[in-house]
Ligand binder design. Structure first.
Ligand code: MN
Ligand code: MN
Length: 293
């Protein structure tokens, strides 16, 4: 069960994240450099009293998730695009994880509705004792009614202090096995709808990383431990402290040894367009409290 401090921190993180989501809608426009959006919103998280729980994810069209600007990114928002902005805020390690999709050039409006309604329908169903498989079923059914597919290999996840994926996953499709949600647990739920196959795959690019093992240490790893603990970070975030060349060398070396985990940019298998909606909620006896509303 959550103590008062944890609860307050979750709520503060949630309200900051909700505000940033609103800001994102204003600045995602044709021609805006992605790196400007990342840096602006990450700075705003800090000036609002939180810290980024992970790099701002800004994933365009068939990119489903895990894109953040690399250093010197020159990519801009295209004239027609579905732009998923996924925001992580933590306060003393208590995380809010929320996302919404912005349509640029009026494309994909039905796809956005599908993911939003799936999230809404599933949230209405949450209370102590519900089964994860039933949540997946609601999400799948809602998205399929629009004629789209849910992405089956992306999931929601249990949250814990300084832990973004604390072991349990909320599916976006009906599953055979599962678990029961319990009062006091905190989860992120994130339906994805697509015009494609409903499966994402790794691209060859990674711009987000995480410390996965603390068996060795050096100046680089102790900086990461001190700054981010085991939360995800962007290669971009290390540039003021280390040269870009050194960052690349360190990351290459430590990904190979398993000390650092890379999160490859995820793309839809059939290059279908993807929409995402996400909220963080606390499970209550007779419902849930959405912290990022
Ligand atoms: Mn997210
Ligand atoms: Mn999430």
């Amino acid at each position: 069960m959550l103590d008062d401090d944890a609860l307050n921190n979750y709520r503060t993180a949630g309200s900051i994240a909700a505000k940033i989501r609103g800001e994102a809608k204003k600045i995602v426009k044709e021609g805006t450099p992605l790196i400007k959006i990342c840096e602006t919103l990450e700075k705003k998280i800090i000036s609002d009293g939180g810290k980024p729980a992970f790099p701002l994810n800004i994933s365009v069209n068939d990119v489903a998730a895990h894109y953040t600007s690399p250093p010197d990114d020159t990519t801009r928002i295209p004239s027609k695009a579905l732009v998923k902005v996924d925001i992580g805020v933590h306060v003393n390690g208590f995380i809010a994880d929320t996302a919404s999709t912005v349509s640029v050039g009026k494309v994909g409006l039905e796809l956005i509705k599908a993911s939003e309604l799936a999230l809404e329908n599933a949230l209405k169903f949450i209370k102590h004792g519900v089964k994860s498989s039933q949540i997946g079923e609601i999400i799948e059914k809602t998205i399929k009614e629009f004629g789209f597919k849910p992405i089956s290999n992306l999931t929601g996840h249990l949250l814990d202090q300084y832990n973004l994926h604390a072991g349990k996953s909320i599916p976006n499709v009906k599953t055979i096995i599962g678990f029961t949600l319990k009062e006091g647990e905190v989860y992120a739920m994130e339906p994805f709808s697509t015009t494609g196959a409903g499966i994402v795959e790794d691209s060859k690019y990674s711009y987000i990383f995480r410390l996965a093992s603390q068996k060795t240490s050096d100046q680089f790893l102790s900086y990461i431990t001190h700054q981010f603990r085991t939360l995800p970070f962007a290669s971009r975030w290390l540039s003021p402290k280390f040269s870009k060349k050194r960052v690349q060398e360190f990351i290459k070396k430590y990904v190979l040894t398993g000390t650092i985990q890379a999160y490859p940019v995820l793309v839809e298998r059939e290059r279908g367009v993807v929409s995402q909606a996400e909220h963080t909620f606390i499970v209550k006896k007779n419902g849930c409290e959405v912290t990022s509303a």
